[in-house]
Design a protein around this ligand. Structure first.
Ligand SMILES: [Zn+2]
Length: 229
């Protein structure tokens, strides 16, 4: 199966979907990653110099799962031009993945929201989309949780490669979000999960067949069970 993760900025894939992509990679699937903007506004230095640094950070961060495809669209202005839609669509159709993972249209950053809507338009009814968690889970109601505990150290390593972004703050964020998402499924402390949302749309009314196993069920009422509660 071909799985494509698309992030708006050079560190989004690592923060929001690295665990799941790493599972797909381990299972032997072909994993592709695509970064829509050049990230040239996200730092103390800006412009071409920052964009180049961030591209190298992404290559380094994602090296265990794929070589990223850079679309180099303008940071902070994604979707402002019709051309952006064409470039995103062409690049997705070149791959024709079996599944796309990208941002939710409710996420905090305008580039994340634009990318989400553009991808939904670009793939029409041909490719199913799985939406990743939003920043701090705001306005996001997941319906699929995946256990990333065995991939969590790799995820942290990947996030830390983004040195221009003062990455420790994103490690703190992942610790909070991924342990909270695991705790929502009554997983014991020390477990980590990424949360996703799949919106049914014909003919992809149910895509569980192409998703890795969800988190283990831990009913609350069973005594002596090793869970969060
Ligand atoms: Zn972003």
């Amino acid at each position: 199966m071909k799985v494509l993760g698309v992030g708006a900025h050079p560190d989004d894939i690592e923060i929001f979907m690295y665990g799941l992509l790493s599972i797909y990679k381990k299972e032997g699937h072909r994993v592709y990653t695509m970064i829509a903007t050049d990230g040239a506004k996200g730092g103390i230095i800006t412009g071409v110099e920052l964009a180049q640094k961030r591209a190298n950070e992404s290559i380094n961060a994602l090296k265990k799962i794929s070589l990223p495809i850079f679309l180099n669209l303008p940071d902070g202005e994604l979707g402002g031009e019709l051309e952006h839609r064409k470039i995103i669509k062409e690049n997705i159709l070149k791959i024709m993945p079996d599944l796309i993972i990208t941002h939710s249209e409710n996420d905090y950053h305008a580039d994340h929201r634009s990318l989400s809507l553009i991808i939904k338009w670009a793939v029409s009814h041909y490719i199913p989309i799985l939406y990743c968690d939003t920043l701090m889970g705001v306005n996001f109601n997941p319906n699929y949780y995946v256990d990333i505990t065995d991939h969590y150290e790799l995820k942290k390593e990947a996030v830390l490669k983004h040195k221009t972004q003062s990455p420790q703050r994103f490690i703190d964020l992942c610790e909070l979000m991924n342990s909270y998402r695991a705790a929502q499924c009554n997983s014991p402390k020390g477990k980590y999960a990424e949360a996703y949302s799949f919106v049914s749309s014909f003919p992809f009314s149910d895509i569980r067949e192409i998703l890795p196993f969800p988190l283990k069920l831990r009913p609350f009422h069973i005594e002596n069970q090793h869970g969060f509660l």
